[in-house]
Ligand binder design. Sequence first.
Ligand code: NQM
Length: 361
Amino acid sequence: MAAADFDLAGAVRDGIRCMLMRGGTSKGAYFVADDVPADRAVRDDLLLRIMGSPDPKQIDGVGGAHPLTSKVAIVSPSSEPGIDVDYLFLQVVVDEPVVSDAQTCGNLLAGIGPFAVERGLVPAGGDHTSVRIRLVNTGDVATSAFPTPGGRPDYAGEQAIDGVPGTAARIELEMSSGGRPLLPTGHVVDEIAGHAATLVDNGMPVVLLRAEDFGVTGDESPAELESRADLRSQIEAVRLTAGKLMGLGDVTTQTVPKMFLLSPARNGGAISTRAFIPSRVHPSVGVLMAASVAAGISIPDAVGSEFARLPAEGPIEVEHPSGSFPALVRVGKADDGAWTGTSTSIRTARKLFDGLVFPRA
Ligand code: NQM
């Protein structure tokens, strides 16, 4: 929709078509691109009104007052050959008037295939449907496979994922990289503010740090870590430098890179993690974050590789505050010696609500 065609008063009165979905361990508002203004400033202003930002409670909108529940997906048919739909992810900051496209979200990605079928953007392919999705934020491509018995997405199933109660239908997400290097600085370890750091991007830019270097054990609760102002400012200082080194520019108002404190696994997995995303501590772990951690610790000498217990084959279990995330990654070296990575993840998603959302006037 062109900016000139957008009528905010009309949207306030008549509403905008929107589906609320849980995607993995996150939740967000999904829109077809044609239903929202194309102009970035007009669109962002509308999304702030819809989600209820800026306000720590997002009380006057549909946002859930946490970064993991203040997310938006905008989906459109793709003009790219071999790709079905384009998925633009937008993080609506809870307590600031900011909408950021600087990162993608692998959790909301889980809902994109079913949403595309629900909205008629992609036909169901029989009992199972496979949708090729271009992640507009990063240029990566995902193939999402999910059940569509009778030609409709079926959200019920037997798949459990840590961080979500019960079970739901299995959604398989296979990621291929858009050609970015796995190690954006070209180094396995960089030293930042006196700390060893491995900077990795296997779908999500992350910084791997040793928990013990920051005076914590790495099994503290998210609330405990969030309450440590000294720790948060130390980590933020590393993040600002890491962002520049990773080619992300000034990341002061961005939500990437994500900051990981690593320690030895406690529950039989490969490694234990606590992720600053970046101002809150993740109650579990993001999909692409886990893929980036798993790829990083698979590289000899990377931070965390010295205590990671990697399986001979199969998924790498990335432990987090509410369980474990099985990240199946393939890490290799290209002809020029640069490290490369791809990943496969299992998620679930669920349609929660479909209808009209009414932005704040
Ligand atoms: O890493 C959290 C999440 C995410 C990102 C965040 C994500 C991913 O758990 O793939 O999904 O944005 O900080 O949803």
